[in-house]
Write a protein that binds this ligand. Structure first.
Ligand code: AMP
Length: 195
């Protein structure tokens, strides 16, 4: 059975780190809309030009644009054994589009892993990352905006997936290895349940 996973959680919770590790460990692609959009900006494509100011401000790219990017990405053959979504969906309409896209290919999310982290701690982590990676959206003002956007537009997805019985909360306050161990426990349980 394919391993279709989704990582949810505020900026700074470690979604990218855990998604990369899951990808390597289980041989499934990490699908990160943020990375894809940043690549489009760097390549100077039409999409990149449109989204550049939105990323710089820490706002959300319109749903139809990211949904189109995701539709194309999910159609690639490397997703057949599963995937780990990192940074998509970020709004209820995106989640509904994802449900529809998955229905069309007769797939469903095995689990939504919510990386739970106190906002203060997340902000501190992002400020630390800003010094190392120099992402243009890791400045203090933009970080505060991304947190607000998460709370207002993305956090409602927690109830959305809880209502579907596939949400699993993970304490993201520990080390990368500790969080990874918790994530692996959940995947092991999914395997047992699937038989
Ligand atoms: P991330 O690397 O996931 O933090 O994403 C960086 C930026 O890309 C976000 O602040 C948004 O501007 C944009 N972005 C990434 N994924 C999405 C999405 N699913 N919907 C809307 N905007 C997105």
């Amino acid at each position: 059975m394919p391993l279709d996973l989704l990582l949810l959680g505020p900026p700074g919770a470690g979604k990218g780190t855990q998604a990369k590790r899951l990808s390597g460990e289980h041989g499934i692609p990490q699908i990160a809309t943020g990375d894809m959009l940043r690549e489009a900006v760097a390549a100077g494509t039409e999409l990149g030009r449109r989204v550049e100011p939105i990323l710089a401000a820490g706002d959300l790219v319109p749903d139809d644009l990211v949904v189109a990017v995701m539709r194309e990405r999910l159609a690639r053959p490397d997703t057949q054994q599963g995937f780990v979504l990192d940074g998509f969906p970020r709004t209820i309409p995106q989640a509904e589009s994802l449900d529809e896209m998955l229905r069309q290919i007769e797939r469903r999310l095995a689990a939504v892993l919510e990386l739970q982290l106190d906002e203060e701690v997340a902000v501190r982590r992002l400020l630390g990352r800003a010094e190392q990676e120099r992402r243009s959206d890791d400045t203090p003002d933009v970080i505060r905006n991304r947190m607000r956007v998460y709370r207002e537009q993305t956090e409602p997805l927690v109830s959305y997936y809880m209502a579907r019985g596939i949400l699993v909360g993970i304490d993201a306050g520990g080390s990368v290895a500790e969080v990874a161990a918790e994530v692996e426990k959940v995947i092991e349980q999914l395997r047992v349940r699937a038989g």
